[in-house]
Write a protein that binds this ligand. Structure first.
Ligand SMILES: [Zn+2]
Length: 124
């Protein structure tokens, strides 16, 4: 059963809040990248460079996660619009409302989610 008007308004609010957080993560990442590109440390300290590289990698991962989650948010909003929100995309079963409350962007029931994760883990 798709969520009623009150529920979907609450879900949209939840999605919008998370979206703002993620966009902030991405904005911070972009600013940092711009700053890094602009500096001209001619005699960079070895250790500093190593730390900066690790930091950049962490930021990359964070940014990639943020982008992926933003896509999920948009997809969830699309499902709210077309009335398919709350149904598993794989088997069509209704997703437990408690699961949706904890994971508003989820598009799969626990069984299908698990299957997908197992398949993803097996991929080389
Ligand atoms: Zn399912």
């Amino acid at each position: 059963m798709p969520p009623d008007a009150v529920q979907s308004a609450r879900i949209r609010q939840q999605l919008a809040r998370r979206e703002a957080e993620l966009q902030q993560v991405l904005r911070a990442h972009t600013v940092e990248a711009a700053l890094e590109g602009g500096d001209d440390r001619s005699v960079a300290d070895f250790k500093d460079m190593a730390v900066a590289e690790v930091q950049a990698t962490v930021d990359e991962v964070q940014a990639a996660h943020a982008v992926a989650e933003l896509h999920q948010l948009q997809a969830a909003r699309g499902r709210l619009d077309d009335g398919s929100y709350g149904q598993c995309l794989d088997c069509g079963e209704a997703i437990d409302p408690r699961r949706l409350a904890a994971l508003p962007t989820t598009a799969f029931c626990p069984a299908c989610q698990q299957l997908r994760e197992q398949r993803a883990a097996r991929r080389p």
